[in-house]
Design a protein around this ligand. Structure first.
Ligand code: TA6
Length: 288
């Protein structure tokens, strides 16, 4: 087993025996864990407060499958691969199941900044024939901030979809209401379009795409309010699998759905975003 390395005053890199390389951050604002497998923020908790992110107690962290909880990065597609990519490809793309490179960590007054990147390989080109550099900047501070940048390093335009698939920790579904989602939504469970009336509450399985959400979505949970502030996305996805969905998943406890709610800044439009050679596209989410 490789030794734990101290990278900065507030960040270490360890190699858990049954897991993947892990960054552990503990600074004056908060503590967090980021796996290099998927550039996946697993945990984030401000000091003196409950955890902001939900991580399944059955999450598989050894790299054999995507991690259930935290903030998976869906890229270069969201959900099943679209027709332009072809069938038989992994759901939500391959960024979340790739080992990323740690480019740098630095401590600042407002938190610890982590920079991670992923480049195309033979394996990625077999799934998706593009040259790219994907970058994730994470700031662990009083807020948790993520910026995902797609850079086209090839000679032809690339088109992709993406999501910062944030699993928020909640106290109980009955305690939660969500505002800022806008009105129209696409219901992925029924295939119908709907109109949000007032705040969203939770009482059944939900998988919706809100395409006119405000930049700030507020999740009120009893006395606590979590703000999810996103930029340069085209939609916000809200997902909870409810009891039946949780039971069907091997990496979620049967009652796991009661303590999580996904609120995801995403690029879900069928057309995706197209990035020209040498150009880049960034979108972001901040958990406050
Ligand atoms: O963001 C919602 C969603 O796309 C759902 O449709 C649901 O399947 C979820 O993501 C989880 O996907 P996963 O591949 O991680 O099981």
């Amino acid at each position: 087993m490789q030794p734990t390395r101290t990278l900065t005053a507030h960040c270490t890199l360890s190699h858990p025996a049954d897991g993947q390389p892990l960054l552990t951050i503990n600074n004056e604002h908060a503590k967090a864990e980021i796996s290099l497998f998927g550039a996946h923020v697993l945990r984030y908790q401000r000091h003196g407060e409950p955890a902001s992110l939900w991580l399944s107690d059955k999450a598989v962290l050894d790299g054999s499958k995507p991690i259930r909880g935290g903030i998976p990065l869906c890229w270069p597609w969201f959900g099943p691969a679209p027709a332009r990519v072809g069938s038989g490809k992994p759901a939500h793309g391959f960024a979340r199941t790739s080992l990323w490179t740690l480019d740098g960590v630095s401590d600042h007054g407002d938190g610890t900044l982590v920079h991670l990147s992923l480049r195309d390989t033979d394996a990625s080109r077999a799934l998706w024939p593009h040259a790219f550099e994907l970058e994730l900047d994470v700031l662990v501070g009083k807020e948790l901030s993520l910026v995902l940048t797609t850079r086209n390093t090839g000679k032809t335009p690339l088109t992709c979809n993406a999501a910062l698939h944030t699993y928020l920790q909640i106290s109980a579904p009955e305690a939660v209401s969500v505002t800022g989602l806008g009105e129209p939504y696409a219901d992925k469970l029924t295939g119908q379009d709907g109109q949000q009336q007032g705040a969203l509450t939770l009482s059944a399985a939900m998988d919706r795409i809100y395409r006119q959400a405000e930049a700030m979505v507020m999740v009120k949970d009893g006395d606590r309010t979590t703000k999810v502030v996103s930029g340069n996305h085209d939609s916000v996805v809200v997902w909870n699998p409810w009891a039946e969905g949780a039971t069907a998943m091997t990496d979620m406890s049967d009652d796991g759905y009661r303590t999580m709610l996904c609120v995801e800044a995403a690029i879900t439009a069928d057309a995706g975003i197209t990035v020209a050679p040498d150009e880049e596209h960034s979108f972001s989410t901040v958990i406050i």
